[in-house]
Design a binder for this molecule. Structure first.
Ligand code: ASP
Length: 590
C-alpha cells in the first residue's frame, strides 16, 4: 500500500554519500535495486540515476524490519537514516558509495511495482524489442541511464562552445515546406487548407540559409530532422543534428570552427584529440580506401600497381590495364594467422559475390607463394610484392578491373580483415575531412543528375565552367567529417547567387515552374543581398554512439523507433478514427 510523499525531501542522491558523511541524517528517495535478506539482517540497495547506496535494517526494530521485508525490486521508497561506515569486510569497492551505508530509521513505501519483464539491477542481455516496449525500464538500467547522462553533457558542451563563438541558437519550423536532402518527406495534411500539406523538415537547410540573408551571421541549432527512408540498419526516421551556418565562411572557416568543438566534445569522456584533422579528397578516399568515409584506424591503404602490369606477360592484367582498368592491392602486415585455408576462405567468399581476388605472400623465410597462374612467373609476383612493400610474413590481396570497383572490393575486404584481426581499436579516434566531393551524381534510373550533397552546394571556383561542358566532372565545395569510418557530419559552401542557384536547378532538371513552386521564396530571398555563406550539420546521435562505444544509435536515443520505423512503446504509427480523417480531408465527408 503506497504512502504519501508528505514532507519527505531528498537530502542526497544515491550516488553521493562518502565516508565524510558518516554521522549525517539523510533522506534517500529512489527504487529498490536489490534486496538481500539474510534473516536477521536485511540489506536494501537504493537506486536513483546517480548511483546506488546500501541501506541496512536493524533487527532490533521489529516493525521496521517487517516493513522492510515486504520490499521487492523496483518498489519506490524513501529511506531516512544515519550514515555509518561499513565494516571492513563489507566495503564494496565497485560502488562509489561502497564505503558507507545508511542505517534505516524510517522507511516510506511510496509505490509498489510489478515484477519487471527483465532485471534492472544487472546487465543480462534482453531482446531489443522487449527493451523498446518497456523503454522506461531500460532507461533505469546503468547502460542507458549512462548514455542519457553522456548525451546531456555532450549537448551542454556543444551549446557552451557555440555560445563562446558568438553563435545564436535559432529555432526553425517543424511544420515546414519540403527541403530536398535526398529522402522522402513526412507530410502533415492541413485541416484548414484542404488538400494542402506541410512537410516535416529533412533538415533546416533553407531556413538556415535564409537566416544568413537575415543577417543572423552565425547560427546553430540542435534540431530534429525527419526523413522517410527505407530504413537501413542504423537509421532513424527522426534524428538529431547539430545544425550550423555561418556567413562569409570558406570551408577552412568551418574546419577551424568544428575541430575545437570536437576537442571539447571528446573532453567530456576525458579524451584529448589531435587537431587539425587530416584532409583527403573524395577521389583519393575512394581510390585508397574504397569508401568516402574511410576508417583510418587500421592502415592497409589500397595501392595502385597498374604500371607494373601495363607491359606484363600476364595477358589478363595487361588487357585490363590497356582498357583503362587497373590492378590494386592491399597488404596484410601481420599475416601469421592467415593459413592457406583461411586465405582460400576469403577468396571463396569473394568469388561467391562474383569477385575475383588474387593473393601473393612472402613467408617468414622469404619464400614466395601466390594464387597467380604459373604463366605470370615468379618474377612478376616478386615485383608486385616489392612494389606494394609486402615484406616477409606479409600477404597481399590483389584485384584487377574498373578502378572504382577494384577499390570498393578491396575497401570492403579491408574492413572485414580489420574486424577479423581486431585492428579497429575503440579507444582510438581517427578524424578525417573528406573534401572536393563531386557536385552531381548521375541517376541511372531517372536518367538525370542529382545533387551529391544537396542542390544548394557551390561548385569549386575552378570547376564552374564545367557546369556547361561536363557537369559530371564538376567538384563541389562540400566536405564530410568522418570519424572511425562513420560520417558524423557534412556540409558545404553554398551558392549565394540566385542566377547560379537557378542554373543548378536547371542541371538537376527541375523545371522553371517547379523551381518557382518549390523554391520561389528561397530564390527571391537570395536576391536581397545574400552574403557568401556555408555550414555543416553534425549527426548528434552517431557522435554520442561513438562516444559511448555503442554500435547502434538507438542506444543513445531515449525513445527510438525500430529498424522498421515503429515505436514499440506507444505503438506508433497507429490508425486514427474516420472523424479525424474527414477533418483532414483524407476521407470524403459523408
Ligand atoms: N543540410 C545538410 C544535411 O542535413 C547539412 C548541411 O549542408 O549543412 O545533411
Amino acid at each position: 500500500m503506497a504512502e504519501p510523499l508528505g514532507e519527505l525531501t531528498r537530502t542526497h542522491t544515491c550516488g553521493a554519500l562518502r565516508p565524510g558523511d558518516v554521522g549525517a541524517n539523510v533522506v534517500l528517495l529512489g527504487w529498490v535495486h536489490r534486496v538481500r535478506d539474510l534473516g536477521g539482517l536485511l540489506f536494501i540497495d537504493v537506486r536513483d540515476r546517480a548511483g546506488v547506496t546500501q541501506a541496512v535494517f536493524d533487527k532490533d526494530d521489529e516493525a521496521l524490519m517487517a516493513k522492510g521485508k515486504r520490499l521487492r525490486s523496483e518498489f519506490v521508497i524513501g529511506v531516512e537514516g544515519v550514515v555509518r561506515r561499513r565494516s571492513a569486510e563489507t566495503i564494496n569497492p565497485k560502488l562509489e558509495t561502497g564505503d558507507v551505508e545508511v542505517l534505516v530509521k524510517k522507511l516510506t513505501l511510496l509505490n509498489e511495482a510489478k515484477t519487471p519483464p527483465f532485471p534492472i539491477a544487472d546487465d543480462t542481455p534482453v531482446s531489443e524489442d522487449v527493451r523498446l516496449k518497456y523503454r522506461y525500464l531500460d532507461l533505469r538500467r546503468t547502460r542507458l541511464a549512462g548514455n542519457m547522462i553522456l548525451r546531456h553533457r555532450v549537448t551542454a558542451a556543444i551549446r557552451r562552445y557555440f555560445d563562446t563563438q558568438g553563435f545564436l541558437e535559432v529555432e526553425t519550423p517543424i511544420l515546414a515546406k519540403s527541403t530536398p536532402e535526398g529522402a522522402r518527406d513526412y507530410l502533415v495534411p492541413s485541416r484548414v487548407h484542404a488538400g494542402e500539406f506541410f512537410a516535416l523538415p529533412q533538415s533546416p537547410q533553407l531556413f538556415k540559409q535564409i537566416l544568413m540573408v537575415a543577417g543572423i551571421d552565425r547560427y546553430v541549432q540542435i534540431c530534429k530532422c525527419f526523413r522517410d527512408e527505407d530504413l537501413r540498419a542504423d537509421r532513424q526516421p527522426e534524428f538529431t543534428q547539430v545544425d550550423v551556418e555561418m556567413s562569409f565562411a570558406r570551408p577552412e572557416s568551418i574546419f577551424n570552427l568544428i575541430e575545437p568543438l570536437m576537442h571539447d566534445v571528446f573532453a567530456v569522456i576525458g579524451k584529448t584529440i589531435t587537431t587539425p584533422f587530416p584532409r583527403m579528397s573524395y577521389a583519393d578516399a575512394i581510390a585508397k580506401y574504397g569508401s568516402d568515409k574511410p576508417d583510418l584506424r587500421c592502415g592497409m591503404p589500397i595501392q595502385d600497381v597498374r604500371e607494373l602490369f601495363r607491359e606484363s606477360s600476364f595477358k589478363v592484367f595487361k588487357d585490363i590495364v590497356g582498357g583503362g582498368g587497373t590492378v590494386r592491392a592491399l597488404v596484410v602486415a601481420n599475416a601469421a594467422s592467415y593459413s592457406r585455408s583461411a586465405v582460400d576462405g576469403i577468396v571463396n567468399a569473394e568469388k561467391a559475390q562474383g569477385r575475383h581476388l588474387l593473393w601473393a605472400r612472402r613467408a617468414e623465410d622469404g619464400t614466395i607463394t601466390s594464387s597467380f597462374p604459373k604463366a605470370v612467373g615468379e618474377e612478376a609476383v616478386r615485383a608486385l610484392l616489392d612494389a606494394t612493400g609486402t615484406a616477409n610474413g606479409q600477404l597481399a590481396f590483389v584485384v584487377a578491373g574498373e578502378p572504382d570497383a577494384t577499390s570498393k572490393t578491396l575497401g570492403a575486404l579491408r574492413l572485414t580483415l580489420a574486424k577479423r584481426d581486431n585492428l579497429l581499436d575503440p579507444e582510438k579516434f581517427e578524424f578525417l575531412w573528406v573534401v572536393d566531393f563531386p557536385l552531381l551524381e548521375w541517376d541511372e534510373e531517372e536518367k538525370r543528375y542529382g545533387a551529391m550533397h544537396h542542390p544548394f552546394t557551390s561548385p569549386l571556383d575552378d570547376d564552374v565552367a564545367l557546369l556547361d561542358t561536363d557537369p559530371g566532372k564538376a567538384r563541389a565545395k562540400a566536405y564530410d567529417l568522418v570519424l572511425n569510418g562513420s560520417e558524423i557530419g557534412g556540409g558545404s559552401t553554398r551558392i549565394h547567387d540566385a542566377a547560379v542557384q537557378g542554373r543548378m536547378f536547371d542541371l538537376l532538371n527541375i523545371s522553371a515552374d517547379e523551381q518557382k513552386l518549390r523554391f520561389g521564396f528561397f530564390l527571391e530571398a537570395l536576391e536581397y543581398g545574400t552574403p557568401p555563406h556555408g555550414g555543416i550539420a553534425l549527426g548528434l546521435d552517431r557522435l554520442c554512439a561513438i562516444l559511448s562505444n555503442e554500435s547502434s544509435i538507438r542506444e543513445v536515443i531515449a525513445f527510438p523507433k525500430t529498424a522498421t520505423a515503429v515505436d514499440l512503446m506507444t505503438s506508433a504509427p497507429s490508425t486514427v478514427g474516420p472523424r479525424q480523417l474527414r477533418e483532414l480531408h483524407l476521407l470524403p465527408r459523408s
